[in-house]
Design a protein around this ligand. Structure first.
Ligand code: NAD
Length: 379
């Protein structure tokens, strides 16, 4: 029994290794970046997602329609609804992203996506992991800002490797033993490191914190740290420091030192976890947006999930849309519409300051739709 299992697992591992070597080789080839200034018509795909997704996306759609109304009227931009990325449809077809949905997605230039539910266990891959791979969205960028506390952080999480790329393809010996795989590549690390250092340079930042667990994950995180430093050598005006993820989680809640951190560069899993912590420090996961950026495509989302328990409690309508609006702001900046992003940013800030309509995330506060109307009024 064990011998057969070892043989099958070895074959499985061989196939994974071959696939990952090919992926690394593909990444080494020069990528072509989308130039948004030369696109005759910008197509923004809108994907509702599950749970509270349709609630917060309805607010985002309304505000984007208003902000882009001139571009839409003149045919320079289109908001395209993409149906079918629901948990019901994905389960029925047993596909993380159904083929026809993926084909529609690939016709867009950028995407705004509501959260999608991922079933626990089983073999169905997360829709996000699938989209990040299919669209090669290698940089997960998550800004967190609390000006009154001197906090201005930007997290660059590697988005296509680490524990995630093969997360649904581990091996199991009956119920006795399980093994997953973690992958780091030279090309994959180099491109996320360049994205972080480029951001630091473009935004006058002087330091990048490289956060791993290279003392334990010696091969994968060791490689990530080494290559990140190598890339950093081309940016002599920016210092690079090494931290382990455990102490960095503590540092973010240490009020004596946390405001000194500027840009964070992390492998996938650590970046996923620490950015929820950072969002909570900012005011909750309902307040943070997230960008998934590749050379050809980019996808913008709320940092949080589909909040199924909130929906079950009948509180879905009270979900805070600020997170997806932050994502919409990032989308507008990414496609060269910084003026429109600023209008949205200012309107949200004004609403929060004035406080005539207040979101609490619960039935004692406003609904997402009411907050959306309030922002629309202030645009
Ligand atoms: P969650 O982020 O959905 O919820 C965590 C907590 O935050 C809950 O208490 C929820 O009520 C609250 N919350 C989330 N968004 C909120 C908002 N806009 N306003 C107010 N409160 C909000 O996390 P979870 O329960 O761990 O995950 C639920 C599902 O979402 C899972 O299937 C998970 O895989 C999926 N998920 C998807 C994404 C994505 O699509 N990008 C990200 C994370 C989790």
């Amino acid at each position: 029994m064990n011998e057969k299992f070892i043989e099958e697992a070895a074959e499985h591992f061989k196939a994974l290794l071959k696939e990952q070597i090919e992926r690394q080789e593909r990444m080494e080839k020069a990528a072509v970046k989308t130039d948004f200034n030369s696109i005759p018509k910008l197509t923004i795909g809108l994907i509702d997602g599950d749970g509270i997704g349709p609630v917060i996306m309805a607010v985002a759609e309304k505000l984007l329609n208003e902000l882009l109304k001139d571009d839409i009227a003149s045919g320079k931009a289109e908001l395209k609804k993409i149906e079918g990325l629901t948990i019901e449809n994905r389960l029925a077809l047993n596909k993380a992203v159904p083929d026809d949905v993926l084909a529609e997605i690939k016709k867009c230039d950028v995407l705004l996506k509501g959260p999608t539910t991922t079933p626990k266990g089983g073999s169905m891959e997360s829709a996000n992991v699938c989209l990040r791979r299919e669209l090669d969205l290698y940089a997960n960028v998550r800004p967190v800002s609390i000006p009154e506390k001197g906090i201005d952080w930007c997290f660059f999480r590697e988005n296509t490797e680490g524990e995630y790329t093969l997360g649904s393809r581990g091996i199991e010996l009956s119920d006795k033993l399980s093994m997953d795989f973690k992958v780091t590549t030279d090309a994959g690390t180099r491109r996320i490191a360049r994205a972080a250092f480029d951001y630091a340079r473009a935004n006058g930042k002087t330091n990048v914190s490289i956060v791993t667990k290279a003392n334990i994950m010696k091969k994968t995180d060791g490689m990530f740290s080494r290559i990140a430093h190598e890339v950093g050598e081309s940016y002599p005006e920016i210092t690079a420091d090494d931290y382990y993820i455990d102490i960095m989680c503590a540092n973010l809640v240490n009020e004596d030192i946390r405001s000194k951190f500027q840009v964070f560069l992390l492998p996938n899993l650590y970046g996923d976890i620490i950015t929820d912590e950072a969002a909570q420090i900012q005011g909750g996961v309902g307040t943070a947006g997230s960008a998934n950026i590749g050379d050809r495509y980019a996808m913008f989302e709320a940092i949080h999930g589909s909040a199924p328990r909130k929906v079950e409690r009948g509180e879905g309508a009270y979900a805070n849309p600020e997170s997806i609006l932050k994502a919409a702001e990032m989308l507008l900046r990414h496609v060269g519409k910084a003026d429109k992003a600023e209008r949205l940013e200012k309107a949200i800030a004004l609403c929060k300051k004035e406080g005539r309509v207040v979101m609490t995330g619960h039935a004692d506060g406003a609904t997402a739709a009411e907050f959306g109307e309030y922002i629309l009024e202030k645009l």
